[in-house]
Design a protein around this ligand. Structure first.
Ligand code: GAP
Length: 453
């Protein structure tokens, strides 16, 4: 199998496991779906929460220089005018002249084997003509035009220019618009960060690669406000913190890469950006970004909203608009990286086994508890006792008494449960149980008491 085919197969296996076992389903599936949307099932929502809570713990709870905010998704249209999104948050679009299907021009050019970084629309156009690049259906393409990715809506009963609003394409602006509120209420010392997790929406021209490029997704963003004289120090420190978080997600270091984004490829607001890329099964792609946004956003608010965004250094007359370092994480990409890093296939007793080797703190289910036989009331009663002890302690504990023990183990392996506890006749005599380890498949005999320790 070629490397590319093998990677596609791995991706397909992950997508199929995610659906089969209740992690992630295609959005609106019963009605034929809605492209670029995904729904999380019982295990997926737990995995997602674990990933998001770990981030909140490491970047907010464990630090004294970070505070949280949770802003509304719908914001005054002036936010998106001042931020540049109304004018420049666009992707290059081409149309298949026969089928009228729409595609991202840069994706088609890249898929045809040409570099696209930093190319303008007219340069993409020239390449498409010169290299005779066709649509995936083999048809001629239209000229490249810009397509704004924000979802537009209207707020209130009257739909006119003034009521136009957008589903936020990034959570960042909800932080900038609250910067002054937080300074006025907490007056934190510089440097300090404001963190937010929440939904973001982008009308992607061609959503693809499972949850990697979705139209509705979740971000975890920090705007870290600094004295401009010290931005480099904070940039390096945050880069280190990002790597610590990725390590805690269980992502192998050799699959994580830093890309120094060249000037002509950076967002309009950034003076320096490092993209953290990851070797996903679909190839090396952006996992998250770290950008030095200067005072671009606060200065825009300062000028457009007519409210001072200046910060006065405590006990001095020194005043300035802080500069900003922004680590911006996509939750779906983190989930996809965690799933692909955890996905394993091996052989146990001559049979193929699929398992997800999640780090224990991310596993959606921590323990599975089973009576050896489900038709023996005394075993079931003892197993319920153990189940309640573990549930009280860990919350995410599953009960499984279906099929034989081997099948139960396989089911739990597939969803990444680190420990399976079985209650047998010996348990009734000496209060001991077997605990089987997901990764090694080894079984240990331990006392019920020690599970509660
Ligand atoms: N506030 C800066 C910002 O939004 P971005 O590079 O456009 O920067 C940040 O997005 C992160 O959001 C990306 O690195 C990626 O993880 C995630 N992301 C962006 N678009 C996405 C999409 N369509 N689907 C899933 N995740 C996406």
């Amino acid at each position: 199998m070629s490397d590319k085919t093998e990677k596609n197969v791995q991706m397909e296996n992950i997508v199929s496991l995610a659906k089969r076992r209740g992690f992630i389903y295609p959005g609106s599936d019963v009605y034929g779906g809605l492209s670029g949307t995904w729904d999380y099932g019982p295990l997926g929502v737990q995995l997602k929460r674990n990933i998001m809570q770990l981030w909140w713990k490491m970047f907010v709870d464990d630090r004294d220089d970070m505070h949280g905010v949770d802003a509304a998704i719908l914001m005054n249209q002036n936010v998106w005018k001042a931020s540049g999104h109304v004018d420049t948050f666009t992707d290059p679009l081409v149309e298949d002249l026969e089928t009228k299907q729409r595609f991202r021009a840069d994706h088609l050019v890249k898929d045809a084997g040409f570099a696209v970084d930093g190319l303008s629309n007219s340069e993409l156009n020239e390449l498409i003509i010169e290299k005779q690049i066709k649509s995936p259906n083999g048809n001629e393409l239209s000229e490249v035009r810009t397509f704004n990715m924000m979802f537009t809506t209207t707020v209130g009963p009257v739909a006119d220019e003034k009521s136009v609003s957008y589903l936020r394409p990034e959570t960042a602006q909800g932080i900038f618009t609250n910067y002054k509120n937080v300074v006025d209420t907490l007056y934190p010392d510089l440097p300090f960060g404001l963190a937010q997790q929440g939904k973001a929406f982008r009308n992607e021209i061609s959503p693809r690669d499972f949850i990697f490029r979705s139209r509705e997704f979740e971000q975890m963003e920090i705007e870290y406000f600094v004295n401009p004289a010290n931005w480099e120090e904070s940039f390096s420190a945050l880069l280190k913190d990002i790597h610590a978080y990725l390590e805690a997600l269980g992502l192998p270091a050799d699959k994580i890469h830093e890309l120094e984004v060249p000037e002509n490829d950076r967002a309009h607001y950034s003076k320096r950006t490092i993209d953290i890329e990851y070797d996903f099964p679909i190839g090396r792609e952006e996992l998250l970004g770290l950008a030095y946004r200067t005072d671009f956003d606060l200065k825009n608010i300062h000028e457009n909203a007519g409210k001072s965004m200046e910060y006065t250094v405590k006990g001095t007359n020194e005043r300035f608009i802080p500069h900003v370092i922004e680590p911006s994480f996509g939750v779906e990409r983190a989930i996809m990286a965690v799933l692909s890093a955890a996905y394993r296939e091996d052989e146990v007793n001559g049979e193929k086994r699929i398992y997800l080797a999640f780090p224990e703190h991310l596993a959606p289910v921590k323990y599975c508890v089973s009576p050896l036989l489900k038709n023996k009331p005394e075993l079931v009663a003892k197993a319920r006792e153990v189940y309640m002890i573990l549930k009280k302690k860990h919350g995410n504990v599953m009960w499984d008494d279906n099929g034989n023990i081997g099948k139960r183990y396989r089911r739990q392996d597939e969803i990444g449960t680190p420990h399976c506890v079985v209650i047998d006749f010996e348990s009734l005599e000496d209060n001991s149980v077997t605990v089987r380890d997901r990764d090694t498949t080894e079984q240990r005999r331990v006392s019920i008491e020690s599970l509660n320790g």
